[in-house]
Design a protein around this ligand. Structure first.
Ligand SMILES: Nc1ncnc2c1ncn2[C@@H]1O[C@H](COP(=O)(O)OP(=O)(O)OP(=O)(O)O)[C@@H](O)[C@H]1O
Ligand SMILES: [Mg+2]
Length: 280
């Protein structure tokens, strides 16, 4: 996977396929067993510890469950101030002004500084979390399903906000989401993941309609049908076949003998379009 400056990669895939795990690895929270994570060409897990701190400033994460990602005893002021104090040593009026600026950026009134998490709605608290992520002026933010606990109108507001921030600050995003519409709206490229593997990726979101992996097509067909995907999850077995061959084998309408025996590699089929399938 490759995410360029100021761009957003949308990562989709079913529950449990490893999206959050990947997000945590990319944000420096969980060391990968294999592979590497490069930021500006440098391996983030192969740095002296003093540089790790600088890295924490560069990479931020916004979690799905905003209530669980803040300390309930801290008010919005304290939540947003923490990174400003830790990374920049701000205090007094400077600190206060910067917190106001960040609240304004996420369209919350200055008076909200004194509010505690339980006094915010889900959408408002997610804005506080976005303000906290923006406080350290990161170059990269992992957005792990930032919309899924919110209602549709608030989702649209947060999406617009994230889009405005991207334009204004040139920050890069990894947007993890089940919502293909949200991914289409905010992302510049898309990656479809299944059982911990990239099944298909498209570098230009404008070519979204070219998705052709059987699993991608399944995702597209299930758009807006809440819960429909769970019906065939039972069919997934952790058999030898699954491990040896394609992990989507047992659910795939296009499977062949070859799929059972060997895992297809991720192949480039045209400029900016990669797919892991023998029979697309
Ligand atoms: N700390 C952990 N210890 C053991 N297994 C874990 C841990 N965290 C995640 N897993 C397992 O790893 C797999 C991938 O989990 P992950 O949270 O990355 O999925 P996900 O794609 O983000 O799912 P969702 O869409 O439901 O958030 C799951 O099977 C999960 O149970
Ligand atoms: Mg997750």
């Amino acid at each position: 996977m490759n995410i360029e400056k100021g761009r957003c990669l949308g990562l989709v895939g079913e529950s449990g396929c490893g999206k959050s795990t990947l997000g945590r690895m990319i944000s420096g929270m969980e060391r990968p067993d294999t592979g590497s994570v490069l930021l500006d060409g440098l391996d983030i897990y192969n740095k002296p510890s003093r540089e790790i701190r600088a890295l924490r400033r560069e990479i931020q994460i916004v979690f799905q469950d905003s209530m669980a990602s803040v300390d309930p005893r801290m008010n919005a002021d304290a939540i947003i101030s923490e990174p400003l104090i830790n990374f920049y040593g701000l205090k007094g009026q400077c600190l206060d002004d910067r917190v106001s600026e960040l609240l304004d950026m996420v369209c919350l009134p200055d008076g909200d500084k004194t509010k505690y998490p339980f006094q915010f709605s889900g959408g408002q608290l997610q804005r506080v979390c976005i303000a906290r992520a923006l406080a350290s002026e990161p170059s990269f933010i992992v957005l792990d399903e930032p919309l899924s606990s919110l209602d549709v109108s608030v989702q649209a507001q947060i999406l617009n906000l994230l889009s405005d921030v991207k334009k204004a600050t040139d920050v890069s995003y990894l947007l993890i989401s089940h919502d293909l519409e949200a991914v289409y709206y905010l992302s510049d490229s898309i990656c479809v993941m299944y059982a911990g593997m990239v099944m298909e990726s498209i570098e230009d979101i404008g070519d979204f309609y070219k998705l052709k992996h059987p699993y991608s097509l399944k995702l597209l067909s299930l758009r807006g049908k809440c819960g429909a995907d769970s019906t065939d999850i039972e069919n997934v077995s952790d058999s030898e076949d699954r491990i040896k061959g394609c992990p989507y084998y047992s659910r795939c309408p296009k499977h062949s003998e070859q799929c059972k025996n060997a895992l297809p590699s991720l192949e480039k089929i045209e400029e900016g379009h990669y797919i892991r399938c023998y029979n697309y």
